[in-house]
Design a protein around this ligand. Sequence first.
Ligand SMILES: N[C@@H](CCC(=O)N[C@@H](CS)C(=O)NCC(=O)O)C(=O)O
Length: 335
Amino acid sequence: MLWRNFYIQMLITTHISRILVANAMLTSMLFEGYRGEHNIFKFSHWTKELYFYILANFHGSNAMNVIEETLIFYNYPLAFNPAKAKLALEEKGLKYTEKQIDLFNGQSLEPWYMRLNPHGWSPTLVTGKEILTESLDIIRWVDRQGSSLGGNTANKTFVSEWLSKVDAWDGNLFAMCNSNAGGMFKYVTKFKIKVAQSHATRNVDMSDLYMKKIANMNKVLEEVDDAAVVEANKMQLVALLDEAEMRLGKSRYLAGNQYTIADVIFTPVVYRLFSTKKDQQYLTTRSNIRQYYEELKQRPSYNKVFHVSDSGLSAASLILPTLIKIFFINLIKRY
Ligand SMILES: N[C@@H](CCC(=O)N[C@@H](CS)C(=O)NCC(=O)O)C(=O)O
């Protein structure tokens, strides 16, 4: 009897101490992550490894949930490429913390963010182990967590080729050349070049990164006025739409009868046609895509991703303060 009580007490004590250790580590990790919000990898490698080891051993399958909870996703709700990443996260039901990064007012060029994502763009996904800065990599990474969307039914060769093809189409260039917002994009890009120049002089250790970013932004401004580039962008889109139209005539989704990441990456493309009011021009003769898009809109992920852009008021409340800020900074010329 005595031994049995002693044994039970030992079990309880050991379990409580395991939980205390794990939670102390979690608290310290979160605290460090919070303090150095922009530098989540600051905490030592062994602490993190040990923490996950303890969780994996003593909390069983909960470990996976905790890893998911450490995902941090830097998003701008009106942007094209981050929408692909967010759709993937939503469709897979992964838990993540979303942080908004303003792509217009210069926030994405601040040194802390450029250290996280040297391209100074969105999306960025910080996982427990790595930092992903390409929407395509994020989609693929997300799909590898647990069973992939569409399971074994999807045509994997097609999915892989399709992802690369859609990724190669520049939806931002399309919007700059095909919407009323084109002038605003140019205005913002010119402002951001000045902001990047200012950061480069104040952060000499990062000047190479800023120079590269400035070169890329100048290239964008040149491409928008280059008729050949604009035409190539249009032809690329037409080829994608033709292929999608043909495939959707044979199956419900692009890679078969199940929704897959092929649909994830294509959704913002179709959305962009509507948001730039080019749907009539490109979709009138493509009824399969129109019907498919009606179905996509019914998915919970769609609303989660596009509700801000879809609401004129929300979009305006995001953009207007930014434009006012840019106007005043341009006035006082303190970038
Ligand atoms: N290759 C990247 C491109 C990301 C990208 O172009 N992001 C845009 C928003 S859609 C952005 O952040 N633009 C602002 C900038 O580059 O400064 C991807 O596919 O994720």
